[in-house]
Ligand binder design. Structure first.
Ligand SMILES: [Zn+2]
Length: 44
Protein backbone atom coordinates (compact mmCIF):
# COMPACT_ATOMS: atom_id res chain seq x y z
CA UNK A 1 0.00 0.00 0.00
CA UNK A 2 1.14 3.55 -0.73
CA UNK A 3 -0.74 5.37 1.98
CA UNK A 4 2.41 6.85 3.44
CA UNK A 5 3.19 8.50 0.14
CA UNK A 6 0.13 10.69 0.55
CA UNK A 7 0.03 11.42 4.26
CA UNK A 8 2.49 11.63 7.10
CA UNK A 9 2.38 8.90 9.70
CA UNK A 10 0.69 11.07 12.30
CA UNK A 11 -2.01 12.18 9.89
CA UNK A 12 -0.79 15.73 9.45
CA UNK A 13 -0.73 17.20 5.99
CA UNK A 14 1.40 19.99 4.57
CA UNK A 15 -1.30 22.58 5.09
CA UNK A 16 0.09 25.84 6.34
CA UNK A 17 -0.53 26.99 9.86
CA UNK A 18 -1.69 30.49 10.67
CA UNK A 19 1.30 32.62 11.76
CA UNK A 20 -1.00 34.70 13.92
CA UNK A 21 -2.88 31.93 15.75
CA UNK A 22 -0.09 29.40 15.52
CA UNK A 23 -2.35 26.45 16.22
CA UNK A 24 -4.97 26.73 13.49
CA UNK A 25 -4.67 25.87 9.83
CA UNK A 26 -5.21 28.18 6.91
CA UNK A 27 -8.05 27.35 4.56
CA UNK A 28 -6.98 27.03 0.94
CA UNK A 29 -8.73 29.05 -1.72
CA UNK A 30 -8.05 29.70 -5.38
CA UNK A 31 -5.43 32.39 -4.90
CA UNK A 32 -5.04 32.78 -1.16
CA UNK A 33 -4.85 31.12 2.21
CA UNK A 34 -7.29 32.30 4.86
CA UNK A 35 -7.59 31.74 8.58
CA UNK A 36 -11.23 31.47 9.62
CA UNK A 37 -10.29 32.18 13.20
CA UNK A 38 -8.52 35.55 13.01
CA UNK A 39 -9.20 36.44 9.36
CA UNK A 40 -5.52 36.41 8.51
CA UNK A 41 -5.13 36.19 4.73
CA UNK A 42 -2.03 35.22 2.80
CA UNK A 43 -2.03 35.86 -0.93
CA UNK A 44 -0.12 33.45 -3.06
ZN1 LIG B 1 -5.37 32.84 12.50
Amino acid sequence: MARHDLYADDGTTDREQCPRCGDSFLGEYDDRLHCGRCSYTEWE
